[in-house]
Write a protein that binds this ligand. Structure first.
Ligand SMILES: Cc1cc2nc3c(=O)[nH]c(=O)nc-3n(C[C@H](O)[C@H](O)[C@H](O)COP(=O)(O)O)c2cc1C
Length: 296
């Protein structure tokens, strides 16, 4: 039975893009593959249909999104086949690694095979907007990592980072972000002069936290800070409270950037210090591993 599924959570579309890439790669290998996005109203998937289950999510404050954690915890993983983790985040800091510790425990408890955990890189949807050339560099990295992942799966090499108590501790402290998201939602504001009542935010919110009330957009307090509403608002009309200075508005055209030959994807090579230089080690490691498996 070569049937797989990517069960994923996304705020602003990066994980959905990654999920599509994973599906396409496995379909090339003869799998049939489903995609399943977790939202607050998601019904439990019947895992017994799947020989391969890919769990995929964006990292929030070095943790999984709370709806994803709750959803996966509610499944009986012993009914599924083998498990693979594909997380993704805006930077390669090893602190992001502890975000999957709970998944690793759940998979171990299920007694089903664990195939490895891979950390993909996508642009920030919060803090600041990445330049297109850098997004291209990240997408190039992701493509190398996916080749490496497929090669390791074929060879039965299980990629897992060693457990770190320090990372687990920092991650658990930063779960405070989940309560912070609720608190911050008391400060969300819509600029009535800009809002055109297109209801995109109302219709797209994964936790159904946004509604139209007396002709105005109103927020409840089930926010998970995924940024979908403010990121995708076509009029940039949504203010996100204490995080306003970190707001990024407007989707990254990932497929267009990936296909654009004028973007060289060598952005980080200009930086010896600072944020962009953090990525160089991850890029060099992927190139080295890719050469190891593919000889070029
Ligand atoms: C509330 C919040 C917290 C985040 N925390 C982290 C983090 O700890 N580490 C990181 O590398 N990226 C972090 N990011 C960036 C996202 O992981 C990144 O932009 C991701 O690609 C978004 O995926 P999505 O489009 O599927 O939601 C954070 C984003 C948000 C909205």
């Amino acid at each position: 039975m070569n049937k797989g599924i990517v069960i994923y959570s996304t705020g602003t579309g990066n994980t959905a893009y990654l999920a599509g890439k994973i599906k396409a790669r496995f379909e090339e290998k003869g799998y049939s593959f489903d995609l399943f996005e977790v939202v607050s109203s998601s019904k439990r998937v019947d895992l017994s249909q799947y020989s391969l289950i890919v769990l995929s999510y964006p990292v929030y404050a070095f943790n999984m999104p709370v709806i994803f954690e709750r959803y996966v915890s509610s499944l009986d993983l012993s009914r599924g086949g083998s498990y693979l983790i594909c997380k993704q985040s805006g930077e390669p800091l090893s602190l992001n690694d502890s975000s999957d510790y709970r998944l690793l425990r759940l998979i171990a408890k299920s007694g089903r095979p664990f195939l490895g955990a891979y950390h993909y890189l996508y642009p920030y949807n919060i803090h600041f907007r990445y330049p297109d050339d850098f997004v291209k560099e990240l997408l190039n990295y992701d493509s190398l990592l996916m080749d490496i992942m497929m090669a390791e799966l074929e060879r039965g090499t299980v990629r897992r980072r060693p457990y770190s108590l320090l990372r687990a501790f920092v991650g658990s402290v930063l779960k405070i972000q989940r309560a912070g998201a609720k608190l911050n939602s008391f400060f969300y504001k819509v600029d009535e002069g800009k809002c055109v009542r297109c209801l995109r935010c109302v219709n797209l919110c994964p936790t159904k936290n946004i509604r139209l009330e007396n002709g105005k957009i109103a927020f409840s307090h089930r926010c998970i800070m995924c940024m979908r509403c403010s990121f995708l608002c076509p009029k940039d009309a949504i203010g996100i409270g204490m995080l306003e200075k970190w707001k990024v508005n407007g989707p990254y055209p990932l497929a267009k950037i990936e296909a654009d030959p004028s973007l060289k994807g060598e952005y980080s090579s200009r930086f010896e210090k600072g944020f962009y230089s953090w990525f160089k080690k991850a890029f060099a490691e992927a190139e080295r591993e890719h050469r190891h498996y593919f000889g070029k």
